[in-house]
Design a protein around this ligand. Structure first.
Ligand SMILES: Cc1ncc(COP(=O)(O)O)c(C=O)c1O
Length: 460
């Protein structure tokens, strides 16, 4: 018999060893696919193996290919770390192994999601009775919210999409900002809503309200507008008041993709950026980004709870529904699912209202510190107004931008990725980790300084 307690203790040590090693290891691993295949691969064993040997072997073999995303020196994409309470709650979630599809599959898992719903609506200034679904990602949150939107706008046009499907349905027009996140397009594709109609965006990636008004004038019939809180490169926010006015005038459903930016509403200093977003019909935000909950974790909220439920609900004779409680499968595309609420609950409870505001504001201050430092380097052009936790910049040419970035990535001190902004190569820094402070920012600046000097010294 496996000694489970000994196994979990040993695993806890392995996990702590990894977290402690983050201080010294390169942020991005120095390995190759071939090396990882060699250490992780081999034939499937014919016979059972001792669990502790399996876990020890996995930890040893995977180690060389682990990215230091949990470290305060990681600035790539928009990736948060894992707050200690949230990480620990996530472990418990695995140990408890509740099937959080129905209340009867785990009453505490169901209730904790409702508690988080109340906290999140309060923190983000959303309607107190909005419905919630816990999903894997903003991608799946947008699928959920846009399914609710599709249900409602077609229902208003006299069409029951649940019963009649899409063949012969009135056309649903979907207006999106030119710089919406690509997950919106995929959500629409999965829902059979086709390619959206882009509305012009300004230099920061914000949807232009005047362009939206022009576009919506040409629209008659079922309409969805997708707005954005936090453009992935610049961190910019769409003008929600104007967009909400246009949506209200035309009876359109307004969805807000706030994968990271929606959390700005939880900070008194940043709240102004999201003003008007609370007037939307649906919102999605990640817990695994700025809230620093381990992957994968996101929440979708709908003001129109009836549409949300109508789009997602299922039943079968063998299920035990509890309408007095909250059966999670009525609000998400999954049937059986992980009890994601526990880790979100632990993150919010460990931070508290003030701790969350501090995390959000500190990371934004760090982004500004970096921006102020990076523009001191010769040839650097800052490409965004640093309103949030994102910094977008480039050197004087595409080649030099890429060269300096590679130098920084190879240093192992910090890691971030490149992007293309207005057809030019650029570098994006996202300060999303709960541990990042001045020290990490100064290290990033020093790393850029060294890579920029080295690139000038290299003959081309
Ligand atoms: C604005 C925005 N929307 C959607 C996404 C996708 O989020 P996820 O990976 O959780 O699906 C991102 C990712 O960075 C984002 O920035």
């Amino acid at each position: 018999m496996t000694d489970v307690r000994a196994l979990l203790r040993r695993t806890a040590d392995l996990a702590a060893d990894f977290l402690e090693s983050l201080e010294n290891r390169p942020v991005f691993p120095e390995t190759s696919v071939e090396e990882l295949r060699a250490s992780l691969g081999g034939p499937l064993p014919d016979d059972p193996n001792d669990p502790e040997t399996v876990v020890e072997g996995l930890a040893a073999a995977a180690d060389a290919g682990l990215v230091g995303t949990a470290s305060g020196r990681y600035f790539g994409f928009v990736i948060g770390g894992a707050l200690p309470a949230s990480l620990a709650a996530d472990w418990l979630t695995s140990a408890w192994d509740q099937n959080a599809g129905l209340y009867v599959g785990g009453p505490s898992a169901s209730v904790v999601e409702q508690v988080v719903r109340e906290w999140v609506c309060d923190l983000l200034g959303l309607p107190a009775d909005a419905s919630i679904g816990f999903v894997t990602s903003t991608q799946m949150g947008s699928v959920t919210a846009l399914a609710a939107a599709r249900y409602r706008v077609l229902e208003r046009a006299g069409w029951d999409v649940g019963r009649d499907g899409l063949a012969g349905a009135p056309r649903v027009r979907v207006l999106v900002g030119a710089k919406r996140h690509i997950t919106i397009d995929r959500a629409l594709r999965l829902l059979g809503l086709g390619t959206p109609e882009p509305v012009a965006a300004d230099s920061q990636g914000r949807m232009e309200a005047a362009a939206l008004r022009d576009a919506i004038r040409t629209v008659d019939g079922p309409t969805i507008i997708c707005a954005q809180a936090g453009e992935v490169n610049t961190g910019a926010f769409d003008p929600f008041e104007d967009i909400a006015d246009a949506a209200a005038e035309h009876g359109a459903w307004l969805h807000v993709d706030g994968a990271f930016g929606l959390w700005a509403a939880a900070s008194p200093r940043l709240r102004e950026l999201v003003r008007g977003a609370e007037r939307a019909d649906s919102w999605v935000t990640d817990a695994h980004k700025w809230l620093n909950v381990p992957y994968d974790s996101a929440i979708v909220l709908c003001a129109d709870t009836e549409a949300h439920r109508a789009a997602m609900t299922v039943t079968a004779s063998y299920l035990i529904h509890d309408d007095a409680a909250y059966d999670q499968m009525n609000w998400v595309p999954e049937f059986s699912r992980r009890a994601r609420g526990f880790a979100v609950y632990a993150a919010l409870r460990s931070l508290g209202r003030s701790g969350l505001a501090e995390l959000l504001e500190r990371t934004c201050t760090c982004a500004r510190r970096f921006a102020q430092g990076i523009v001191q380097l010769p040839g650097v052009e800052l490409l965004n107004d640093v309103v949030l936790n994102q910094v977008l910049f480039r050197f004087e040419s595409d080649d030099r931008t890429d060269e300096v970035l590679v130098g920084v990535q190879e240093s192992g001190d910090v890691w971030m990725a490149g992007t293309i902004w207005n057809d030019k190569r650029a570098i994006r820094l996202s300060v999303s980790n709960w541990q990042t402070g001045d020290e990490e920012i100064d290290l990033a600046l020093a790393s850029f300084r060294a890579a920029a000097e080295a690139s000038l010294a290299t003959p081309t």
